[in-house]
Ligand binder design. Structure first.
Ligand code: ATR
Length: 274
């Protein structure tokens, strides 16, 4: 029987997850169907429970339900517990609903394996302190950066995040105006790009040969990527590779098979630019 999967969110029409997972399934000869599921804003839990009650095998969770999914599940993986969000749902052998998060792994995989980048021993600056940033901090710290500074418009939120992750590595938090020093990797996790804006960054903050990575992506370079190019960044990357890598990690959780991602990233990019 064909196993059924879906991505649940609101809105969900433009999700790229169905085409990504269908490509993975073709590549790995896996018999599965993957669709979109729009849950009412006040009906997430019901939509999820109904999906599984009808035999669904797994769900991805996207905006705005990742935190609600975290509260809903019976068990969390350690990385999801710390991230405060869940983007992958499945049932264990006892039928209990379990939650994991694959966003942070997706980011690190993209930087290290797709772009041959390095985080270890590097000075890393992360912009933003919302849900997206919280989800990537532990995997970044696991790479043992020399320093990880979280800077945010609202300084207190960056400081709170730094406290939560303090025992995972050398992390600190501040407001944008208090950023000091130079960084080898700057990751934009604010939603400023959505408004066509750029977080205010001091001159000289990007080290020579530094890399920049925007968690957002689009057909055009984001304002942050354009800023990176102006600063002479060695690489100015967007989050499309992360999107495909987080999907690959979900696929692995569900199917026990790790799909190759390079061709899928190229296909999604081509469609985005078309
Ligand atoms: P997400 O799930 O995308 O992380 P979020 O939890 O609402 O969404 O967090 C949005 C982040 O983008 C926050 O860090 C926010 O800063 P504040 O905590 O000060 O609100 C940041 N942000 C949003 N718009 C911004 C802008 N125009 N300039 C700089 N930072 C911005």
């Amino acid at each position: 029987m064909t196993d059924r999967y879906a991505v649940v969110g609101n809105p969900i029409n433009h999700s790229k997850s169905p085409s990504i997972h269908q490509l993975f399934a073709q590549q790995c000869a896996q018999d599965l169907a993957y669709e979109t599921l729009e849950a009412p804003l006040d009906g997430f839990a019901e939509a999820v429970l109904t999906f599984f009650a009808k035999g669904g095998a797994g769900l991805n969770v996207t905006v705005p339900f990742k935190e609600e999914a975290w509260s809903l599940v019976s068990s969390l993986t350690p990385r999801a517990r710390l991230a405060g969000a869940v983007n992958t749902l499945y049932r264990d052998q006892a039928g209990q609903l379990c939650g994991d998060t694959t966003d942070g792994v997706g980011l690190v995989e993209d930087i290290i394996h797709n772009h041959q980048g390095r985080i270890e021993a590097r000075r890393v600056l992360v912009l933003g302190a919302g849900g997206a940033v919280r989800g990537v901090l532990e995997p970044l710290l696991q790479q043992r950066p020399q320093q990880l500074l979280v800077a945010n418009r609202t300084a207190a939120k960056a400081q709170q995040l730094a406290q939560i992750f303090a025992d995972q590595g050398p992390i600190s938090g501040c407001g944008f105006e208090a950023i000091e020093g130079q960084f080898d990797l700057i990751i934009n996790g604010t939603s400023a790009s959505l408004q066509g804006e750029l977080p205010p960054l001091p001159a000289g903050v990007l080290a020579a040969d530094g890399w920049c990575y925007d968690l957002m992506y689009g057909a055009e370079p984001t304002p942050f990527m354009r800023w990176a190019q102006q600063q002479g960044a060695a690489k100015a990357l967007d989050g499309l590779g992360m999107l495909v890598e987080q999907a690959a990690e979900s696929f692995f959780i569900w199917r026990g098979v790790r799909p190759p991602t390079a061709g899928v990233i190229a296909a999604v990019r081509k469609k985005l630019l078309a």
